[in-house]
Write a protein that binds this ligand. Sequence first.
Ligand SMILES: [Zn+2]
Ligand SMILES: [Zn+2]
Length: 680
Amino acid sequence: MSTQTIAVHLPDGAIRNVPAGTTPLEIANSISPRLAAAAVVARLTPLSGTKKQDAGGGAAEQPSEAAMYATQDGNAARLVDLTAPLTADTRLELITEKDPEALMVVRHSAAHVLATAVLELFPETKLGHGPATDAGFFYDFYRETPFTPEDLAAIEAKMREVVARDEKFVREHEPREQALAEFDRDGDFMKTHFVTKFTEPGAEVSFYRNGKFVDFCRGPHVPSTGRVKAFKVLSLAGAYWLGDEKNPQLQRIYGTAFFSQKALDEHFARLEEAAKRDHRLLGKQLDLFSIQELAGAGLIFWHPRGAMIRKVMEDWMREECLRRGYLLVYTPHVARVNLWQTSGHEGFYAQNMFTPMELDDANYRMKPMNCPFHILIYKNSPKSYRDLPARYAELGNVYRYERSGTMHGLLRVRGFTQDDAHIFCTPGQIEDEVVACIDFAEAVLKTFGFNEFKVELSTWDPNDRAHYAGSDENWALAERSLRTALERKGIEYKTIPGEAAFYGPKIDIKLVDVLGRLWQLSTVQFDFNLPARFELEYVGEDGERHQPVMVHRALFGSVERFFGVLIEHYAGAFPLWLAPVQAGLVPISERHHAYAKKVEAELKAAGLRVEIDDRNEKMNGKIRDFANQKTPYILVFGDKEEAAGTVSVRTRGKGDQGSMPLAEFIAKAKALIGSQSTEL
Ligand SMILES: [Zn+2]
Ligand SMILES: [Zn+2]
């Protein structure tokens, strides 16, 4: 019997010819035992696949079951256990703790350790599932008696025992029907559901065993429980099985895990920092905005200071739109239901809309999106190719129904303002338009102080043709223009197959804030659906009627949400050009009030936003109050300054800078404001 030989391509370009069945661990050992010890899992990329085609969209905070169990695209890179036998020619990377994907593997392994501990302490418990998340992991359990805080402490202690036992994670297989029969027999209703839903009849299903614990699981896992080195059980939450309140209530235990105690400690330090920066807290402290019980949840009241920042944001955005060839429009907040029927929202989006209002002539609905309104403006007059591209921009208020109890400060609301634009153009113009959108998005992020961002391209699933609007040519053109635009800009991106909306592919831009958190804000989205539904046209150079290509794009995304992110990013210490009060004026005593008025008038004439504190308070108290408001400059003056026509300048974060002629201060501040500097 001859053994088949396979070619394993290593990242350094070397090719190892090894017998089929060789494991990544064996290859690692043959390279160096140190590498073998450091490796967590292996990444295999079929030789026909491309490295950019990362599998899956990464784990979200609430990963879908489908993402956890679905079989992966055969051409995509995938992670496997170090002990998985290699069966075909492949690229192989040994993944160590430095790779972010390794962290997801150790977290999922920690979820198995959690479930192991729970079953050892509470054997009557039934298992749901336990995915890794961006912040850690959870596991869903069914048990009639609620877990207590003492139980959680006992579970964490038991987990340490499981880790100390250093049990190997072993992958096993079983025929699906046999597995189902066993789960059925044991009353494991959740496992029965997952196996039924996510595996095919006649298939083999995979299990992972550590010690006596076995879980239906696709894997991969770290080599053994001993590799789960730094973890913590965090909290408990209730959730109905499959989100249906008629179903049994599950208990979800949350935890987190890292490769080292140091990384775990840093994680908690970051959380503490994030709590201090919570925009709801700072919004109150700095008197920026409120949400009023009497008016309703998810509706934002912008107070004068918050409104001033919003004005600066909006002015910048409108000016930038005009500079970049957009046309500004305004549209109503409500429209007849007929419009929403034509646009299709009345069908596929109705559950996200406010219920209709009955007027004497028709039923009306608040707008959840601005698109149909911009389309009506486009349609109001005949268009020729000479009118294109037509770029309509609006800071449009939209209203969407969010379930009560799901609202969260400025981040999740029922009414918000989109910096929305719709671009109508010819197929030949689309690539340049997308490049221009990405340029604009970069300008937004850079101007508002975000230096890092991540880009995702969501494409369709051509095998699921029935679920998408638009022709194959539409999709090919759109996806090609998005890709080419990203490549022309030299931007690295991740493709997420099958994640496009039914009406077109899109680019999502996620900014990274000062704490390293990702925020989804900007999006550039194709639409093949609405131009067809509204029968949009333009007359081409050939004199014939054509359908324009339509792109939706929003860069702040939601002004409210972007503002929330800004508050947290800057911890309320807005850069000078955004700060609601740029300079706080502190006259040392009452006899300096006249000079204060003069200073105020000069600063205001120069376009600065200032506030005098002329209360009968001690100077230090006034300085403290401005400092608590995170005011960028505090200008103090008494006899000496008044006589010399100067101000004594305190700069946020730098302290007392000494005296300076007023004119010099004004020139300095204006230069920083004019350049939208984020230095101060
Ligand atoms: Zn698992
Ligand atoms: Zn739109």
